[in-house]
Design a binder for this molecule. Sequence first.
Ligand code: GTP
Ligand code: MG
Length: 190
Amino acid sequence: MTQAVFAGTAADPSQFPREGLPEIAFAGRSNVGKSSLINALLNRRGLARTSKAPGKTRAIQFFRVDSELLFADLPGYGFARVARSIREDWGPLIEGYLTDRGPLKLLILLLDIRRDVTPDDQALLEWLALMKNPTLVVLTKVDTLSRTQQLARERLIRSAIGWADPLPMVSARTGAGKNALWGEIRRRAL
Ligand code: GTP
Ligand code: MG
């Protein structure tokens, strides 16, 4: 059993938690399912706010897991309809977080298994590689496809991003892939 609590929200680096626990961040375009996956991993429906309307998570939300780990729910990108002022806030906040976050052990970049990789996804991946941030690309919403379709999409997306290793596949809805992802998180963070 994991115990998870809300550990604050940050619109600015001065508001990042300071306790120095190893941290796992979840990134990806708006609506990809970052907050839903956090809730699924923590078995806590509604801990991280989710929404059918994309672009709702504007600041970084932090969650403390068993007093030994922090999860960071990063605001989504690539949603054209959010106000320009919000889009302009995204860059500096995320850039500040990714360049300067000592406790960050792993960034999990979520991609919707049904969607093609966007220029925003590619730009973030290039930036992460440049900054040598440990990154794991995970395909989500796999419950929407048959097993055969999942495997075909995995191959396609993996080749689009030039990744060597198979991409882990998860569903926040069914919990598929959750235990394997936990294994990977623990291996990288603890
Ligand atoms: P922002 O905070 O706006 O960046 O979005 P987000 O990435 O946090 O997405 P969120 O978790 O709010 O989910 C967006 C929508 O996708 C919601 O309607 C969820 O119910 C749905 N969703 C999330 N995960 C899954 C999944 O594994 N399968 C399916 N079918 N739907 C999902
Ligand atoms: Mg969210």
